[in-house]
Ligand binder design. Structure first.
Ligand code: HXC
Length: 271
């Protein structure tokens, strides 16, 4: 029976959120703080991270940031070790940092491929390995990977990102199985089109692009970082989600299922 107030769900715990200076990463960090957890946000630039830290501290928790490029394995390990040194534990890791742009595969340079795979796939592994070691030693923890549904259904123009996120999905399931017996859960969340500056600039830069994306969502709206963060909080919660590992929670308004093709879903119920 769950008796704890929802706003104490992360009390006494600490999360590290990569890409925590903006968008979904910031919203997850702030939601974790709202749940009473301490948070550290990691990213390349100090200024946006500092803003997230201020927002988190408003909930009376301890918060800090670390500047680090997730492509640098040694720096990521040092950042994770620093969290444990400063806060005493790392109970949650959110691998949210991503890089993305739309590009036809035949035009994608090897460097463009490497940049995205390094951030998304390699960066996720570096953080997971470093945090996983502490969590396994402590006997528990939760890792949440932010992916996208094209990880399993593919999508034109996203070969680098889809391949990397597909790898992260395989990593999620592999490590969920590998670490479940030692108390470490590994899950993924798959947000649909989310109103953030980063995603908008990369994926729907023009009004026409935006309208096309919106037209692909059965729920007929974009989502917000806060809405995604609420689902992330559920999966990170060591009580409510204690038996959930290796799974993917889609928060996408039904986007990946697709819209009606054979029936006109806009026509409503038959009267
Ligand atoms: C083609 C491009 C490109 C573009 C970069 N490249 N942008 N190629 N079209 N629009 C190529 C460059 O030409 C270069 O190759 C290589 O990629 C590396 O680019 P750099 O700018 O030198 O690298 P870097 O500074 O490391 O930047 C990495 C990045 C950048 C991924 C390109 O955009 C970044 O850091 N982004 C982080 C933020 C971000 O993208 N957020 C969006 C996440 S949204 P050459 O051969 O020229 O050297 C998201 C949502 C997905 O992920 C889910 C949707 C439902």
């Amino acid at each position: 029976m769950i008796t704890m107030s929802p706003l104490e769900e992360f009390s006494g715990q600490t999360a590290l959120v990569t890409g925590g200076g903006s968008g979904i990463g910031r919203a997850i960090a702030v939601r974790y703080a709202a749940g009473g957890g301490n948070v550290v946000v990691l990213g390349r630039r100090a200024e946006p991270l500092e803003q997230t830290v201020q927002l988190a501290r408003e909930f009376g928790v301890k918060a800090d940031f670390v500047t680090c490029n997730v492509r640098d394995a040694d720096a990521v390990t040092a950042a994770v070790d620093g969290v444990v040194e400063q806060f005493g534990s790392i109970d949650a890791l959110v691998n949210n940092a991503a890089g993305n742009f739309i590009c036809p595969a035949e035009d994608l340079s090897p460097n463009g491929w490497r940049a995205v795979v390094d951030i998304v796939l390699n960066g996720t592994f570096f953080g997971t390995r470093a945090a996983g070691r502490h969590m396994l030693a402590a006997g528990g923890g939760s890792i949440l990977n932010v992916i996208a549904s094209y990880a399993w259904h593919g999508h034109p123009g996203t070969v680098h990102s889809a391949a990397a996120k597909g790898g992260v999905l395989a990593m999620t399931r592999t490590l969920a199985s590998e670490w479940a017996g030692r108390g470490v859960r590994v899950n993924a969340i798959s947000p649909g089109p989310t109103e953030t500056e980063g995603a908008g600039a990369a994926l729907w830069p023009t009004d026409a692009d935006r309208a096309r994306v919106l037209g692909s969502v059965p729920a007929a709206r974009f989502t917000t970082p806060e809405e995604v963060a609420e689902s992330a909080a559920f999966l990170l919660d060591p009580r409510r989600a204690a038996y959930i590992t290796g799974d993917v929670l889609s928060v996408d308004g039904g986007q990946w299922l697709g819209k009606a093709v054979y029936a006109d879903s806009s026509a409503g119920a038959r009267g």
